[in-house]
Design a protein around this ligand. Sequence first.
Ligand SMILES: Cc1cc2nc3c(=O)[nH]c(=O)nc-3n(C[C@H](O)[C@H](O)[C@H](O)COP(=O)(O)O)c2cc1C
Length: 179
Amino acid sequence: MGVGFDWSATDPNRRAAGRVVEVSAPDVERFKEVSGHFVTGVVVVTASSTDGLAGFTCQTFGSLSLEPMLISFSASTASTSWPKVRRADSVGINILESRQERLARVFATSGRDKFADLAWSPAPRGAPLIDGALAHLEGSVVDVTAHGDHDLVVVAVDYVRRHDGSPLVYYRGGYGVLA
Ligand SMILES: Cc1cc2nc3c(=O)[nH]c(=O)nc-3n(C[C@H](O)[C@H](O)[C@H](O)COP(=O)(O)O)c2cc1C
């Protein structure tokens, strides 16, 4: 498990807030490093289609609209799982729990059988919902827009459920839990 984050007032990083530590032209590595300062949760996007089960770890998940209920995420055009998810009737969003770092790593690794030994059950329309996740959603892909090397994906949500627990978080390239 990764480190816990401490946002207390005594945290030296917090005391130093506002001090400029680095300014540079944004090459891709800098862009990744700087945008990685935005702390997120971690989800696994899943689907069951004629191609079989598919899924990938994703941190670009976000709530997009309330009426209608829409969420979005971006999917890399290099992903081998995204084309399978796109072809499925429904998409599952598994918001990972703090104890699911190993799962996040498995679903971020291309080419392996990500569902081997995985406990899951189908959502009402068949998307795999992973046991132990903090929350689940299911919906249909209603829009895909290409932007550079990613597709911006919009999903209309028709099923939600949540569980007790705390989130797995991702910050500056590392996993963590809320302290
Ligand atoms: C914490 C984390 C967040 C990620 N977020 C995304 C994302 O938002 N979109 C995406 O396409 N890939 C994301 N990835 C990378 C994919 O998980 C990875 O490229 C993909 O699963 C590779 O396997 P595949 O070829 O089966 O798709 C993320 C990886 C990690 C570790």
